[in-house]
Design a protein around this ligand. Structure first.
Ligand SMILES: [Zn+2]
Length: 298
């Protein structure tokens, strides 16, 4: 990496309460970052303003505090989020990139209904609107990417290069939603470049998104191609998590608010991370990592 500052991000979404899987992922990111000396940005992904609640944002800060996670950049309060760091403040940046994609004829307008899209779930977008040449300013049209390479180069944490196949469902991913908002893939890569992110640690479920974002950065000629990725295994359902009927895990903050719940949480986190010793907080785990007594199973 040419830049001497290395930086990762913790990127929660304030459209619900954080669950145990989120807490595990952020803890892992924190440990890897602090061990390697990366700066940490807290990026609260609040682009979906319809689902945003101040209470959810507030619980993000409370959860990170309960976990013992600190960060170097980003909001430290709901007020700072809403006044300065919100993705709503970077709408123009997203629009600049959307315009650039439009000018380069990289996108097409899609007016498929939700039902039509659900029917083509298994293999991804069918290409229904690909050759319709609908005007980009068509009302209630999403913007999708036209063509993507079948394989993309992705770097691992050690700078190891891997050629990865782009999953079918990402072949024509959305960059602008029907409501006019920049879609997740676009705002995420725009933010990562904007804040100078060099390392991204996220779950396996976002691997396809990582590839979509790499492809998008290439189309926009953004300096994102040297970013190093680590996609961790997901917390399994049978790992002590009882999911409710709605498949929504309970808020992890509840568990962290009692002493026994907290101890239980760190016991499970330590085991998930492959620690042999039993640690009761993140700082002890970090200390062990820094003294190289233990290793994270990467
Ligand atoms: Zn369509």
């Amino acid at each position: 990496l040419s830049n001497s500052v290395t930086k990762t991000r913790i990127a929660p979404t304030p459209s619900g309460y954080l669950h145990k899987g989120n807490a595990f992922s952020f803890s892992l990111t924190y440990l890897l970052a602090r061990q390697a000396g990366h700066k940490i940005l807290l990026r609260i992904d609040d682009a979906d303003q319809a689902r945003y609640r101040t209470a959810y944002a507030n619980s993000i800060f409370k959860t990170l505090e309960a976990l013992g996670i600190d960060w170097d950049e980003g909001p430290f309060s709901v007020q700072a989020l809403e006044n300065k760091w919100s993705q709503a403040k970077r709408k123009e940046l997203y629009q600049t990139y959307l315009n650039r994609l439009a000018e380069a004829s990289e996108i097409f307008a899609c007016t498929c209904s939700r039902k039509q899209l659900q029917e083509q779930d298994a293999t991804g977008y069918s290409g229904n609107c690909l050759f319709k040449n609908l005007p980009l300013n068509t009302k209630r049209a999403a913007w999708r990417i036209k063509d993507l390479p079948e394989q993309l180069l992705m770097f691992g944490l050690k700078g190891d290069a891997h050629l990865k196949a782009l999953p079918k469902e990402m072949r024509h991913f959305v960059v602008k939603q029907k409501n006019g908002q920049a879609a997740y893939q676009l705002s995420s890569v725009a933010d990562d470049v904007h804040f100078g992110i060099t390392h991204i640690i996220r779950g396996q479920d976002l691997k396809a998104s990582s590839l979509a974002q790499i492809s998008l950065s290439q189309k926009l000629a953004l300096p994102f191609n040297q970013v190093r990725f680590y996609h961790h295994d997901l917390l399994r359902q049978n790992f002590g998590i009882k999911l409710s009927k709605t498949q929504k895990a309970p808020a992890v903050l509840e568990q962290l608010s009692t002493i026994s719940g907290k101890l239980n949480f760190f016991k499970k986190l330590g085991s998930w991370l492959g620690f042999k010793n039993k640690y009761t907080d993140l700082q002890s785990m970090l200390k062990a990592l820094q003294q190289r007594k233990e290793s994270l199973m990467l």
